[in-house]
Design a protein around this ligand. Sequence first.
Ligand SMILES: Nc1ncnc2c1ncn2[C@@H]1O[C@H](COP(=O)(O)OP(=O)(O)OP(=O)(O)O)[C@@H](O)[C@H]1O
Ligand SMILES: [Mg+2]
Length: 386
Amino acid sequence: MRVLLFTGKGGVGKTTVAAATATLAAGRGRRTLVVSTDTAHSLADALGVPPSDAPVEAAPGLHLQQVDTQRSLERHWGELRDYARDVLAELGLDEVTSEEITVLPGAEEVIALLELREQARSGRWDVIVVDCAPTAETLRLLALPEALDWHVNRLLPAGRRLLGALSPVIRHVAKVSVPQGEVISAGERLHRGLLEVRALLAGDDASVRLVLTPEAVVVAEARRTLTSLSLYGYRVDAVIANRVFPAEDADEWRRRWVEAQARQLAGVHESFAPLPVLTVPYLPGEPVGTEALARVGEELYRGRDPFARPDVEPPLRISADELSLRLPLADRDDLDLARKGDELIVTAGSHRRVVALPAALARREISSAALRDGRLRVRFEAGGAR
Ligand SMILES: Nc1ncnc2c1ncn2[C@@H]1O[C@H](COP(=O)(O)OP(=O)(O)OP(=O)(O)O)[C@@H](O)[C@H]1O
Ligand SMILES: [Mg+2]
């Protein structure tokens, strides 16, 4: 099963491109689900179907699900409440109400992730396309399982035990499993669910496509997004430039746009290399409905196979004496590195990731750290226990 996530600044065409990709997948015989958490129902509008909380068929082989966070909250309430209770109990507080749960960081995002996991586990889909919220929220959403991981690790001794048994690398690829019949708390179950989502989204079959329009402000944001997605361990496998003005028969007004966009596009190719930059022309009307969307899909991917496994290695690499993290377009001045026991805290701009060091490195001192060619390399001293 292939998972494709689309993100980018507000209004650049995420929903359109996600819907076009999903339509193409279904047209090529893949059982496809396209998911959105957007309360504005744009995805349903683009596909011309009524919004539905359960997967509804929009075209042969193409299903759409519009996650209703309120209804999902009710459905997952038990799990969430128990989780919140565990966390709050550790903090010395005892009761939690449904109003209070929303103050927990990222409650809505947790819900969307749980829905995604259920669909992924159902075995019903060959391709799941996720139409993500605009950049900032998406990053929060994607970082959430790991952020919670960190809290739970601290707060729940059981969580610590569960995680301790798995190295970060194994956690990455393996589904966490427990022996049959073992009794585990709802909080732990939720936590494990989130780890599964994280493994799914950062796994070998998932990738993120960054959507932008060739405009200075949008491109600047896309660059920062690429850095933070990589920081969190997600693979970006393409950049999609939408609303590119055709150069043919341009009047003076359009000619200026064509020139300005060409300059931006040249910059995009240069800074995002080696990622492919795919383009969608500015169409004479809104691409709405499966026919128009399928055409956008064909135009977008041309000869490429959009559903092949991403040909991008995971950003985090750990060897016997080095930890390295790909941070494309990261600015040295915005980067910070801190060591806290067996964890490495990497900050890039306003984003932070806590990397749990494997036992072999956790015992050793850091000898050097450098950012070179878009990769942060942290070297550890040979042997010597701390
Ligand atoms: N290449 C294009 N040519 C013409 N119209 C387009 C093109 N791409 C998108 N549109 C139109 O632009 C509008 C915004 O696109 P879309 O909803 O896909 O953006 P979005 O990034 O999902 O926005 P939001 O951040 O609000 O979710 C829609 O009306 C869509 O039909
Ligand atoms: Mg949208």
